[in-house]
Design a protein around this ligand. Sequence first.
Ligand SMILES: [Zn+2]
Length: 324
Amino acid sequence: MPAMPTPFRLGRLKMRKKYWFCFTWLLIISSHMRINIIEKSKKYKRMTISGYFIAAGLLAMTMLLGGCKAVDDIKNTHTSDTTMKELKTEVPRVEISDDKPASSDFSGKNKADNAETSIDDSFYISPITDEIFARIDGKSFKKDCTLSREDLRYIHVLHKDIDGNEHEGEMIVNMHIADDVLDIMKQLYEADYPIEKIRLVDEYNADDETSMEDNNSSAFNFRFISGTKKVSKHGFGLAVDINTLYNPYFKIVNGKRILEPITAEPYLDREADFPYKIEENDLCYKLFTEKGFVWGGSWKNRKDYQHFEIPDEIIAKWYPEFVL
Ligand SMILES: [Zn+2]
């Protein structure tokens, strides 16, 4: 926004105008008197004297009104300035809410002026501060976590559910993909792509099954691939799961069906019509794959419809010391 002139400058400018006006009056009166002195006419002298009193009266009124108006101007400018300050301090911090849509208390023009700014303000990346670390320590950031806390980033986003209600979202991802994930989330939000919940898995005590049953979208959750010393892609914060209930993981091992979450049976039929379904070539698929992620829905021997991950060969460059 362009810089506004200060109230005092504005007031002084108006005062100066009034003084010019008064000065002009004085010039008119003095030239009148001079003309009459030269002509030495009694009639003109009388007119000049009465003219002088009228002019002096007008001059006094002008100065009085001018002064008052200038003071009013200063007062008014102060008032509008105060109102602006009050409006700024009233900008709400949107609270994390389970079900209630995040809303803005902006109104009218102020809302329009600040709309772009407030959206940008809601999409940001932060290091793992002590406050954030306290939320994940011993949960998604397990005691045996081999990844450094400095390798992770906290992402704050907005997202919309299937009914168009707006929510705040939080996610922890690897620093290498933080910018890309933030950009994807912003584009999904702007396109009204429905995502029901984006909460830290720590709110579910870092239990994936509980988080998935709640259709939560998340990324970092440290763990080794069972029975190995391999860190899973989620353990690196290099895999993102979206709308997990409606986009389950499915595999058959030795004739036994593995379905995660266990409640996702109705959503295994990928031809059926239901909300939050990720499909090949939908916006979510496109945005993630454009950034180099691989979609688990494309895999042959297992399906992970919720899952987007960075391929091994890229991770090997970032983390050559890790077994992949
Ligand atoms: Zn996953």
